[in-house]
Design a protein around this ligand. Structure first.
Ligand code: ATP
Ligand code: MG
Length: 359
């Protein structure tokens, strides 16, 4: 088998100064039907204030990745580094600091908010727990400030309300305010706007964008909608997931304007454009099959090959593609594009040199 140098492969896991870094995360759920491998070999880092969008179809592992990053569920193998330290080795005060620094806004805000707690109670509990407010007046002022930050105004109208008295968009804003109580450095926002009506979605997206700019918080922004990813993370990166793997990652404008993986091209082809002329002329990627294979029975080689119009027998159904650096800063797990665009000879992921060890 031909080999390549680490220079042709992604080094996303090896950047210095990242707030959070995932290194070869695997997750297998034990289910009644047997082991379910939900995440395979997920590696990327996030710099302070950076935004990375995780996109992909339902069930590809976005929420599971987010929950593992913030420590809500354990990975089966691999490491999460917080400021360079393995999060599983953090103890006592260091562990508390980690749990405070990384927050998640859940996919379903209704399920994650305590219905018996008023808005004031919801927001004041973490402020008190982490001793972030001094005395009653300071606590009141901080709760009001948080509500204003997420545009739940006039704030005094909201403090005594309960989650069931809020609309879907307002509940999502409350979830964001609660995540902000503890002054996080890093937020996982899981489908925070996807489920909302278009006008409410745009308004909430505007609030999140303002918070990102004002607070300098790093984000993993999870969405199945590439149009939302394009809007929120234009200055950041996009990571496209398929069946538990990242199959393309790179700066958003590059991934959107010049996608390298056939799956990314197919996803982009499905986004309607405002200009019908653009939609008509946009390159269409015709998949061989529309069915997503089961995680219980992931296809051999490249998991996308049964649907891929570019697949080559003996290559794509045999070798697991690593993330090849096809364009500067842009990596895609496609043997054919790596060879055609960048002249990189195919290798199997399992034979790829360890980027970490090669540092
Ligand atoms: N606790 C669990 N036990 C068993 N399987 C699970 C568990 N949690 C998630 N899964 C499975 O793992 C896979 C990935 O789920 P996940 O929720 O991460 O996907 P997702 O990309 O967030 O999807 P969606 O867009 O629908 O939210 C799915 O097949 C799901 O059924
Ligand atoms: Mg999800």
């Amino acid at each position: 088998m031909t080999t390549t140098t680490t220079g042709a492969l992604g080094g996303a896991a090896t950047r210095a100064g990242d707030v959070i870094r995932l290194n070869k995360i695997n997750k297998v759920f034990q289910t009644k039907r047997g082991p379910l491998p939900v995440l395979s070999d997920i590696s990327f880092g996030i710099a302070p204030g950076e935004v990375i969008c995780l996109v992909g179809e339902s069930g590809c592992g976005k929420t599971t990745t987010g929950k593992i990053v913030v420590g809500l569920i354990d990975q089966t193998s691999g490491e999460i580094f917080y400021e360079g330290r393995d999060s599983r080795t953090l103890k006592g005060k260091d562990y508390d600091a980690f749990r405070r620094a990384v927050q998640i806004i859940h996919q379903d805000p209704y399920a994650s908010l305590n219905p018996a707690r008023s808005i004031f109670q919801t927001l004041s509990a973490p402020l008190l727990r982490y001793k972030l407010a001094r005395g009653r007046n300071d606590l009141n002022a901080k709760v009001i400030e948080l509500l204003e930050r997420v545009d739940l105004t006039p704030a005094s109208d909201f403090v005594d309300k309960y989650p069931h008295q809020l609309s879907g968009g307002q509940r999502q804003r409350l979830s964001i305010a609660r995540a902000l109580t503890v002054e996080p450095r890093f937020i996982v926002a899981d489908e925070s706007v996807s489920m909302l009506d278009v006008s409410i979605r745009m308004s909430l997206l505007g609030t999140l964008t303002r918070l990102k700019d004002e607070l300098g918080v790093a984000f993993i922004f999870i969405t199945h909608d590439l149009a939302i990813a394009r809007h929120f993370a234009w200055e950041g990166r996009i990571a496209v997931m398929y069946l538990g793997r990242i199959i393309e990652i790179g700066p958003t404008p590059q991934v959107i304007n010049d996608p390298q993986h056939p799956y990314t091209r197919a996803l982009l082809g499905a986004i309607p454009e405002a200009d019908p002329e653009v939609t008509r002329t946009k390159e269409r990627m015709h998949l061989r099959s529309l069915d997503i294979p089961s995680l219980y029975n992931i296809p051999a080689g490249c998991a996308f090959h049964p649907r891929c119009p570019l697949w080559e027998q003996g290559l794509c159904d045999t070798l697991v593609p690593p993330l090849y650096e096809i364009k500067p800063g842009q990596q895609a797990a496609c043997h054919v594009m790596a060879r055609e665009v960048a002249g990189i000879q195919p290798i199997d992921l399992r034979d790829a040199p360890d980027a970490e060890a090669a540092k």
